[in-house]
Structure formats: C-alpha cells, structure tokens
Design a protein around this ligand. Structure first.
Ligand SMILES: [Zn+2]
Ligand SMILES: [Zn+2]
Ligand SMILES: [Zn+2]
Length: 163
C-alpha cells in the first residue's frame, strides 16, 4: 500500500520489472528496450519523476534519449498500467501493484519524503461509480490523489534547518 521504510528496494525494483514483463507477455505487448529503460529509471524509487528529470537522468547514464521517445514510452507505460502519472505532481511512478490498467486507484502522496503508495480504490471501499452517481456524473479517468504524511515520516522528527 505504502512502501515500508527500509524495505529492500532493489528486490522491489526487480519485482516491478518482472511484473511488467509478465503483464506484457500476457497481453501481447512489447516491452522494447527503450520502454524498459524508462520503466527501470522510474522503478528506482517510489518518488514520482517528471518527464524532464527523467530525460536528464537517462542522459546522465547513457545515450541521451530523444524526448519524444521518452514521452512515447511514458504513454505506453501509463496506458497499460505499468506506470502511473501523478497529476498533481505532473510526474510518473512505476506501478507498485498488480492490476489491470482500468482499475481506479488511490495514490497516497507523502509530502515529506515524496514517496507515493498506491491502492486499488475498491480494496479500500471506495466505489467511484457510486460516489459520483448522486451527482449524475460518470467517472472516466478515476484516480484519487491524497496528500499527507506516511507512517515513517510521521514517526520521524522533521529535519531542522538549523545548519
Ligand atoms: Zn520499493
Ligand atoms: Zn499500479
Ligand atoms: Zn514519507
């Protein structure tokens, strides 16, 4: 739900890539080297990365990708549920769960450590169709973004800026 503090993130990133590969295989999608490279970069942390920063990050460690190929890779990944766009941050995270692309999600955004957790809306009792029904509104792109403080940050004193 929310990445636990101190978890083995290397293993977590390996899982994320393995899940993406399995999804692509099952759905006849191609995780090309370019798409994979973008997903690997996103999977490095649970903090969303903006497209511009992502391009700079990739350029720092290999051939500088053409921005259009990165944007296309991001659309492929988000359209297929392998990564998510966090609207309010205008940034992307690798999918940390296993769900089909259309499933409504709730993103928990910690405004101290910048990490994002995801949970399927129906798993936490949120039925978006029903929530919107009294207003005669049909939800289409359904993702809730909730800002707050994760458990780890809540239990950690705020850093002082004395020095
Ligand atoms: Zn992790
Ligand atoms: Zn996901
Ligand atoms: Zn936090």
């Amino acid at each position: 739900m929310f990445p636990p503090a101190g978890h083995d993130h290397d293993a977590c990133a390996v899982d994320t890539l393995a899940r993406a590969e399995a999804t692509c295989r099952a759905q006849g999608l191609t995780l090309s080297p370019g798409r994979r490279r973008v997903l690997e970069a996103l999977a490095r942390s649970h903090a969303p990365v903006g497209a511009y920063d992502l391009i700079e990050q990739l350029a720092a460690e290999g051939p500088r990708p053409a921005p259009i190929t990165v944007y296309r890779a991001l659309s492929f990944l988000t359209e297929n549920g392998l990564a998510h766009r966090i609207e309010r941050l205008n940034a992307f995270v690798a999918c940390a769960g296993h769900h089909d692309a259309a499933r409504p999600l709730v993103f928990l955004i910690c405004d101290r450590c910048g990490q994002v957790g995801e949970v399927a809306a129906d798993e936490v009792g949120i039925d978006l169709e029903r929530t919107c029904a009294p207003a005669g509104f049909r939800p289409r792109s359904a993702a809730l973004e909730i800002l707050g403080v994760c458990r780890h940050c809540a239990n950690t004193p705020e850093p002082s800026h004395a020095d």
